[in-house]
Write a protein that binds this ligand. Sequence first.
Ligand code: ATP
Length: 478
Amino acid sequence: MADFSSLGLSDWLVKQCTQLGINKPTPVQENCMPPILEGRDCMGCAKTGSGKTAAFVLPVVQKLSEDPYGIFCLVLTPTRELAYQIAEQFRVLGKPLGLKECIIVGGMDMVSQAMALSNQPHVVVATPGRLADHIRSSNTFSLRKIQFLILDEADRLLEQGCTDFTKDLETILGVVPAKRQTLLFSATLTDTLHDLKNIAMNKPFFWESKSETRTVEELDQRYILTPEKVKDAYLVHLIQTFTDEHDDWSIIVFTNTCKSCQVLTMMMREFNFPTICLHSMMKQKQRFANLAKFKASVFKLLIATDVAARGLDIPSVQVVINHNTPGLPKNYIHRVGRTARAGRNGVAITLVTQYDIHLVQSIEAQNHAKLKEYPVVEKEVLKILTQVNVTRRQCEIKLEATDFDEKKEINKRKQLILEGKDPDLEAKRKAELEKIRSHKKKFKQRIEESIQKQKRGQLKKKLMKRKQIKKRATKVTA
Ligand SMILES: Nc1ncnc2c1ncn2[C@@H]1O[C@H](COP(=O)(O)OP(=O)(O)OP(=O)(O)O)[C@@H](O)[C@H]1O
């Protein structure tokens, strides 16, 4: 097996790796680093927790040490938390160089970010939206000379999910040089391969880890079939069991909406679990603070939306519970990939209702792995069912009494403003559309009513006719 020196890293950088416990290259590092160091574009697809970050950070730091200038490298990533995590890897591995990195993400002060950008950092790690805002509003920095453009979680950056990055990516791609090295990494690249090849223009080197399954072998994948109403009782029971049996385990519970995330957090606190949450309706500073507390194991239970599904590297996470079955197999792969990282073991349990069975089947088909049933003593779950459901209802009422929904409305308005739209005008447009829709509906109803009336009339006529014929027939026979 190759070591880092034979892959082309300088002694000082190999030493730096050793200090971080990175001794032998993982397959994605062994295969992708040499072509990157040769100057080729690269697309790397490897399982979650397999060391993809170092596979691009190390060659960039090596190249930067040979010709240091700013801005040398731009990394784009879909979430703010992930941007901080990547920047930290650059900071630690590039410390002997005095590497200067700068993080540009939404929810943080724009003025200090603009100043940091104008100080010519070597590496900029950014989420697309905020970087595009800086590009549109300022000319105090330039990305014209970057040597590396890196898209981490590249498939997410290109897909049109609930956050659509395509417009912002266009803005960014418009100001980076055509002559550059482009590196794309993810655990789920293959679906978007065609789009990605258009970004990595110079006959990219493509590497994919060869394996039947798309999740790691160390991951024990389970499911529990449950009626919707009993789901929360199962959740409480599972967490109680894990925390009773293991002192040092951390657990992430994924759920589908910010509101559900908030309610579950309140509920788990009522059951005295040290719980913290992470979702996109929280203030950014609170998001960072919560994540830091979870990483430091101050809180052992994190309830999160998919904002935490990709990239986050928290070695103490032993269990991932999907409170809802993810609609897309690749979201499942990223969620469960928050455990069983870098060769460790982990368990993923998905709560499945009768309506989600087809989703599990498509997860299994894409993943080429079967989920096994997780054994639970049902009697124990039923014992707490009423208490759990009453607590949930109380938490929902408590949340309704706060300005949570109002905040959602405010966030929607903010988003519209950021998209260059007038929220009041949009509301008016929506109301008008609603009016037109309601008119159409009424019109349709009226037409349907008159058709029915007509049909009833025709039927009545027919019946009358039949009666008359019958009457005449009886007269004739009489
Ligand atoms: N060569 C190595 N030897 C040991 N540990 C490593 C090595 N390379 C990276 N690691 C560690 O493995 C962990 C996972 O790495 P990383 O976060 O880069 O995974 P990833 O492949 O990007 O996962 P994801 O797809 O979830 O983003 C990190 O804690 C990292 O420090």
